[in-house]
Design a binder for this molecule. Structure first.
Ligand code: ADP
Length: 274
């Protein structure tokens, strides 16, 4: 599904002394089936942008088009719910989204909520659990008896069980060790490739943006200020530095090698090759 922001502004707590304009006349298109990395400093508007995609927030002004659906300030709840069916969201620390008494009950929550065929959904659980590196034997266990890493995998399997057309990942690997971090993002990128989703990854990690995204959007003070393919975005080193963002080491090394006359493909170097 293609997502288009047309002149979208969002202001929190309008009319109060704490009024805050978080997004300012944003025009942005996230192409269908593209994996987009959204980067920017804290407070630049990344989370607000994500919550507008699935209608958790409605624009103060402007429109967000999500496939054939158009969300605006006065969209009705029933309509917004239809949009939410299409969008899966993995927040930071997704394990905090768990609350069922068993793993199975937790994984059923999304499909039930969306009115999907429960039996069909249930049949897919073993495959989904395997995909996230767990076994079906954990289905009857309490999610709270699992380790933090396992809980996170269950939460993600639960989101994938709803078969979203759009997947929003807000720092999904926060707090994991490097191997777990990598494994989780590899898995989410594979899922994206296999199912042709539109995926948006919010991250502060420029290596992740370089490695996983087809497109990068850099946010600053409520606006996208740079966007494009990673190689193009990382050419704007000075502008990125001005926003407190680093060009990833893998990209810098590959550039230095090219400058020194080495033949390096214009694709980015694998960070682990450094
Ligand atoms: P990011 O995800 O890039 O850190 P956010 O979208 O969370 O940025 O925040 C953008 C701006 O909106 C910030 O100035 C933040 O303080 C403000 N903001 C975010 N959420 C709220 C809220 N619930 N109430 C008031 N202001 C908020």
């Amino acid at each position: 599904m293609r997502i288009t922001f047309r002149d979208v502004s969002y202001t929190y707590m309008i009319g109060s002394p704490f009024e805050k304009k978080a997004l300012d006349a944003v025009n942005l298109t996230l192409s269908s089936q593209t994996f987009t990395g959204v980067v920017g400093s804290t407070g630049s508007g990344k989370s607000t942008l994500m919550q507008l995609i699935n209608g958790l927030l409605l624009p103060t002004t402007g429109q967000v088009q999500n496939g054939d659906f158009i969300l605006h300030r006065k969209s009705k709840r029933k309509y917004v719910k239809q949009v939410r069916r299409q969008v899966g969201m993995v927040f930071q620390y997704p394990e905090h989204q768990l609350f069922g008494s068993t793993v199975e009950e937790d994984m059923l929550f999304g499909p039930k909520h969306l009115g999907l065929d429960i039996e069909k959904s249930r049949q897919r659980f073993p495959d989904l659990l395997e995909l996230v590196g767990l076994g079906e034997e954990i289905l009857p266990y309490s999610p709270f008896s699992l380790s933090g890493g396992q809980m996170r995998r269950v939460a993600i399997a639960g989101v994938l069980a709803t078969h979203p057309k759009v997947l929003i990942l807000d720092e999904p690997a926060a707090g994991l060790d490097p191997a777990g971090h990598r494994a989780l993002l590899d898995l989410l990128r594979d899922w994206h490739d296999q199912h042709g989703l539109t995926t948006v990854l919010v991250t502060h990690d420029m290596e992740d943006a370089a490695r996983y995204a087809d497109e990068i959007v850099v946010m600053d003070e409520g606006k996208p200020v740079i966007s494009g393919a990673p190689t193009d975005v990382f050419r704007q080193a000075d502008q990125l530095a001005g926003l407190g963002l680093d060009v990833p080491a893998s990209v810098r090394v590959s550039r230095a090698m090219q400058a020194a006359g080495w033949e390096v493909a214009d694709t980015l170097l694998e960070p682990e090759a450094l």
